[in-house]
Design a protein around this ligand. Structure first.
Ligand SMILES: *Cc1c(COP(=O)(O)O)cnc(C)c1O
Length: 421
């Protein structure tokens, strides 16, 4: 069970809204920092442990700066994401570059920043070597195929476009050795939004056994094992947070058995979690614009799927609170909608909420990952601002809302007059 609490009251929100009109995403710095500290502490047994925050979850350099202070690196997969790393002052092994189907320009940028390069395919060894040259340290992404059952969001590994097969790993590391590469890492990521802590111990076992086989067969040693992301969050109140200590104990048991007892290591453990780091600490704050009563009851908000796509895209549950109305007795079932001309623009379907009225503040939970970042401009909708609730209670704007000028910025509107039809 998870109590769906808010780090602010209705009064605080009303104050914030005086300066920053709805809708906006707001992140809770204290919550993020406390989770980051727990994460690092859970793996303190592993020397060199590092979490590389998967920046795609909430690509805001202000958030990254906070997480970096907590000891996190950054996991990037595009030029823009690498630029975020650069803007925060990150370089070298603070950056993991885990991309796929990668264009050469992205590799160039990653290599220029000294990032750890994690190759998604065996053909990219030659591609990288031909175009840029191989770095001293190279990591491969392993896809265990039918060895590991994936989960609902990521699907079955053998259907996934990512990673090397087992035999390609043996072949690939041999190619690296022949080309003079001296330092090696290995990576896998087979789950997304997984809530079972034991699942990660199972993934670690597969990876550690593989490291033992590769080390023996090829006579190399591995510097790190990257267990990827995929730590889930309790979107629903009846779900529970992943027990990090339990997860860590399970991984350590396998580390001791397959790495230490085989005389290997020490090997640094890495994660590249995104969702778990910022997801629960972000909120989409919106107002009820209209209440509509037809075949069903609708609560229309002043935000839309352009601000939070997950419910429409995956049918995901996001908890909704109506601050100040917790004690209201009358409960009504609504579809909570946005304004896109798409009938799937619904934040919730058949959700029982306190009786709503136009002007009510509605808070949608767990939007700190894949919320603002998945935003888009369909139907001419503009992306909202991002705010940060600092630890001392101050609120700062860490990204302004888009304006119509932003929307039209890529068009040459002067050309329209001379354009002959
Ligand atoms: C998305 C992604 C992550 C982060 O996944 P979460 O589910 O947000 O933890 C990590 N690594 C790679 C390669 C990814 O694509």
């Amino acid at each position: 069970m998870t109590e769906k609490k808010l780090p602010f009251t209705r009064e605080t929100l009303e104050k914030i809204i005086e300066t920053y009109p709805t809708p906006f995403h707001i992140y809770d710095e204290a919550g993020m920092r406390s989770y980051a500290k727990r994460f690092v502490k859970a793996f303190s047994w592993n020397e060199g442990f590092k979490e590389y925050y998967a920046i795609k979850a909430a690509p805001n350099p202000y958030l990254m700066k906070i997480l970096r202070q907590e000891g996190f690196g950054i996991d990037c997969s595009s030029i823009a994401e690498l630029e975020i790393a650069e803007k925060v002052g990150m370089s070298g092994d603070e950056i993991m570059f885990t991309s796929n189907d990668t264009p050469v320009d992205e590799y160039k940028k990653a290599v220029a920043l000294g990032a750890i390069i994690n190759l998604d395919d065996i053909s990219h060894i030659q591609y990288l070597d031909d175009n840029i040259g191989l770095p001293e340290l190279v990591c491969f992404r392993y896809n265990p195929g039918s060895l590991k059952e994936g989960n609902a969001i990521i699907g079955h590994p053998e259907e996934a476009k990512y990673g090397f097969t087992r035999s390609q790993l043996f072949e690939g590391y041999q190619i690296l050795i022949d080309k003079g590469v001296k330092r090696f890492g290995i990576h896998t990521m087979v789950a997304s939004n997984e809530l079972d802590p034991d699942y990660f111990a199972g993934t670690a076992q597969i990876l550690f056994e593989l490291i033992a086989d590769l080390s023996k067969k090829l006579n190399i040693s591995f510097e790190f094992a990257n267990l990827g992301g995929g730590i889930g969050i309790p979107y629903k109140p009846e779900q529970s947070e992943v027990d990090l200590e339990r997860m860590s104990r399970g991984i350590k048991a396998n580390y001791d058995r397959y790495i230490t007892e085989n005389g290997l290591g020490p090997i640094k453990l890495y994660f590249e979690s995104g969702r778990a780091i910022t997801g629960p600490y972000g909120y989409l704050v919106s107002k009820v614009l209209h209440i509509k009563d037809t075949y069903k009851k609708y609560a229309g908000l002043d935000s839309s799927m352009a601000n939070l796509m997950r419910p429409a895209l995956y049918g995901s549950y996001h908890h909704i609170s109506v601050p100040g109305k917790e004690a209201v007795q009358t409960r009504i079932m609504y579809d909570v909608t946005g304004s896109l001309c798409e009938n799937n623009d619904k934040f919730a379907i058949n959700r029982v909420l306190p009786k709503l009225a136009a002007g009510d503040i509605v808070v949608i939970h767990d939007t700190g990952a894949h919320g603002h970042s998945m935003g888009f401009n369909y139907n001419g909708k503009l992306r909202s601002a991002e705010l940060l609730l600092r630890e001392e209670g101050e609120v700062v704007e860490i990204r302004r809302a888009e304006t119509l000028d932003d929307y039209f910025a890529t068009l040459d509107l002067n050309g329209i007059d001379s354009f002959k039809v």
